[in-house]
Design a protein around this ligand. Sequence first.
Ligand SMILES: [Fe+2]
Ligand SMILES: [Fe+2]
Length: 347
Amino acid sequence: MKEMNRRDFVKNVAIGGAVLGLGSAVLSKPLKALASGQHDIGQCKSVRVKCISELGWFDSKKLVSQMKAAGGGKTNQWIIPWDPKNAAGSCTLIDMETLDGRHHKILLDTGWSREYMDEAFKREGIDKMLKNGEIEALIISHEHLDHYWGLETTLKYNPNIKIIIPSTFYPEGMFYLRGTEYFEANARNRITHRGELVQSKPKEVNKLYNGCAVAAFDLPIVIRVRGEQSLYFNVKDKGMVCVTGCCHQGILTFADFAQEKIVGGDKMYGVYGGLHIAPFGPVKPEREYLITGMAKYNFKKVAVNHCTGLAAVQKMVELGYPVVKGTARYGSKSDLYIGNGDEVLFG
Ligand SMILES: [Fe+2]
Ligand SMILES: [Fe+2]
């Protein structure tokens, strides 16, 4: 396979972006605010969250050293020569029940390695759910390799699935939806996305179903990614559940947004996903405020994993937070947090 040099890569991306022209993409219709300034997303009965995979990669040391060798955190992720053998991926199945008993299944992120994700999909029956249209949408939290680059595995089973992305995607990520290969980075999607593409703009509240909304946050993220979107579920009689991919915007920004902007956000119930506090080892002193700051929400279920980091989860346990434990199966490294194949019910 021919290696693509940097100039060719940039040229191809520019052409790709122009060809793409966003013709098939629509901006989501944001929910109008009430006179109070808050948004009423309605309520749902429950949310069942299944961790398909929370393991982004196998070896953190290898990942960090490859990033540093390529120029560090400001380097474009699409030109870093990542080792494909170190790739795993983050992917979550959400099954929400509305007050009238209907179920909506959505996938949050699609992992990194195609082979690893295919194995996880088959293990958890996601392949069949995608094929028969049971999964209604794929929501991509952000462009990071471990959340987005396994796109081909989802499209293989349903190229027509509705995809919701933050409107802050770079051209490389947009082009990836059409099918392309970034040789240097070992990133490949050979299947064109043919379904509806919705972009959610930062600072808006986009209601997907009664009791479910997505919100994007605009910020620069390591290895030249921009913006992340996350989900809110307003569970009747329980409170708000925050569901994230990496939560690069920070759990305090994310939960505060619900408190300020969403009816019912003053009563928090749970959190699921990566909180990006200590992804590569110990908790750095400058990140500790994220852990201690969570106390004010009085979460009843703290189901965190992925880039939250084991050290951060340990600290949450020490502080008496109701951390949901897992089974440490299929590659997840500790049973202290909810891991691959584990499930948590909010409701
Ligand atoms: Fe991640
Ligand atoms: Fe990330």
